[in-house]
Design a binder for this molecule. Structure first.
Ligand code: PLP
Length: 224
């Protein structure tokens, strides 16, 4: 058995059935993705629009492409027809652009709101207080072509597992607050996308419903 097939098997065996695996295939060649596909994997995560557009034509049509990286408004139109979920919605401007392009494509796009839970300035996402203000000041009922399915977050890159756990716990707590206070009439508000190769076990313990794992499946990425 190849490493990729083996790695997926090991990972899936560890996950509770309630947690979905997003195989992060950014920078990986099509043959690696196909191998994961043949091992039963269907959800793949990419962080660049161009990379999804290039790869999708070479690969089976039933792959679900998830965008996990920052999305620029000017790329929304290109990706909307092909994406199953956008994990990285970090502004209302972006959300409303996804809504209007989805409407033009005759589809409803599943989205997650990215929340900034880490220390690092470089990671994007709404600050929790900022997101609450945005939710108070916008009418979500007007957005008929996006479904806000939950939240996404990335923990600080550190060996301090208590810190990572606290960050994931705060995201799960925030998710529960939003579900009760803003999304109680949206039965699809169910997802917490958190956990990567280095911290997915903690994320699962803290209530993740979707982990995004790359290097543990495909090997270390070649740094560019
Ligand atoms: C690259 C990336 C991952 C996967 O990282 P690994 O450490 O390779 O598992 C997960 N989420 C996001 C947003 C990423 O950019």
């Amino acid at each position: 058995m190849s490493d990729i097939t083996e790695n997926i098997k090991i990972l899936k065996n560890q996950l509770p059935p309630s947690v979905r695996l997003v195989a992060v295939s950014k920078t990986r060649p099509e043959r690696d993705i196909l191998e994961a596909y043949n091992a039963g994997q269907r959800i793949f995560g990419e962080n660049r629009v161009q990379e999804i557009l290039r790869k999708k034509d070479q690969l089976p049509g039933d792959i679900e492409w998830h965008l996990i990286g920052h999305l620029q408004t000017n790329k929304v139109k290109a990706i909307v027809p092909f994406v199953s979920m956008i994990h990285s919605v970090d502004s209302f401007r972006l959300l409303s652009s996804i809504d209007s392009e989805s409407s033009k494509s005759g589809k409803v796009t599943d989205c997650l709101l990215q929340v900034h839970i880490a220390d690092e300035e470089t990671k994007s996402g709404f600050l929790p207080e900022e997101l609450l203000e945005e939710l108070d000041s916008h009418d979500l009922q007007e957005l008929n072509n996006v479904r806000i399915c939950g939240l996404m977050g990335m923990a600080t890159f550190t060996d301090d597992s208590d810190k990572v756990r606290n960050e994931f716990r705060s995201l799960a707590g925030f998710f529960n607050k939003l579900r009760t206070e803003y999304f109680h009439d949206r039965p699809y508000f169910t997802e917490i996308s958190m956990g990567m190769s280095g911290d997915y076990e903690i994320a699962v313990e803290e209530g993740s419903t979707m982990i995004r794992v790359g290097s543990l499946i495909f090997g270390e990425r070649i740094k560019k």
